[in-house]
Design a protein around this ligand. Sequence first.
Ligand code: NAI
Length: 446
Amino acid sequence: MSDKYTQFVSHGLGRDIAKRLGLPQPVVLRRHQPGRPLIDGPVLVQGSTRGADSLAAALLGWNLDVRRHAIPKEKLGAIILVLDELAHPADLEKPVLTAATSLRDLAPNARIITVSRTAASTPEPATAAARQGVDGLLRSLAKELRAGATGNGILLADGAGTTSPGTLGAMQFFLSGRSAFVDGQFLTVSSAAGRLPGDAGKPLAGKVAVVTGAARGIGAAIARTLYRDGATLILVDIPAAGDHLAEVANEVRGTALQLDISRDDAGQRIIEHALTRHGRLDIVIHNAGITRDKLLANMDAARWNAVITVNIAAQLRINEALLASEHLPDAPRIVSVASTSGIAGNRGQTNYAASKAGVIGMVRATAPLIGGRGGSINAVAPGFIETDMTARIPFATREVARRLNSLQQGGRPGDVAEAVAFLASDAAGGISGEVLRVCGQNLVGA
Ligand code: NAI
């Protein structure tokens, strides 16, 4: 599904017309392309703490053009604002207003990334106020940015530092084109677990991953992205989608498993297939999902139950089987696809939103359980994504829905897939129990 409006207003006459009429001016986003640099232009690391110094040194090691002070009028690819030693809200003024002087020098598709500490990890009210202040600051700034620029934050819990694997993994993801449609979001690094990100293109080499609902849409995009990143794939979908499933499986040189995930033995079937065909199972991506929309006043048990069964009950049962299995390797990774409907709610989707909010609750509660095996579990919550499903929405409703975010456009299945692939990688090992929204910073709802 193409967004012709964004193409039209990105250049020359179209851009002038949109500007004159005060219409939305989305730009074509910088997305990941193999061989392209992580970020175009210098990276300004602001902050005078030891954490800022060591982060700047780590980024130099990635061959980035790192600045510790702004050079007036120089176009910047990114500003990283390190705020890891805040003790009082008054401490925000100097670093924040210094960064503000560089905002007009941001290049198109630039990145702002804050690095600060979680408010929950301090008993001190003034410190908690300062740390929580970063949340409001970053989310507002992200709404002020234009030309495809995004703002996201990394939160350090006790036990994580500015150069922990998860911090550098999240930094690489947020700087890169892989996070093109992630805006106004925070990721918490809860431990120093995981592996430092490399610059190689195959972070999932040697891993065996299963993707449910992989015959089309977002699931097929996830399969392609994990394959690009080096994983060996098992693709699951219902028997009725068998032909499409086989096509995707051929494309990514994986194996197809025709299976309804709501079957009682789905977890065992997946484990058996993985062990017999590939000898191991490292990554599980719960993507399969359905909608049966109705206002609650018109809801029947069949619609309600179908959605709860496929979208959350099946994931719970499969996870139970995985966690009980003796065959899971060290550091298993699970990523579930939730939805912004499960966070903000959506008219006509009480069943769907209950199931997707359920996914978020499940992920948070499962994090300590899988953490005991050195693994992680996270959720990705897509907003408006250009798929066959959203293409069926009537034109006017669709136009409003796709423009109501800070980037003024819909995301692509590949944008969701990039977030999933990052969270499935060992570089995200210190990140668990998190929900990462891929929604361009929806302006309506939470
Ligand atoms: P889709 O309908 O195009 O694809 C879903 C796939 O899951 C289909 O191939 C289907 O056959 C499979 N599936 C359904 N029930 C199954 C079952 N019981 N067992 C095995 N496979 C089953 O959907 P889309 O748009 O690709 O969505 C993928 C995920 O992303 C879903 O969880 C959806 O809720 C979520 N999502 C999608 C958004 C969007 O804008 N498209 C927004 C937010 C979340």
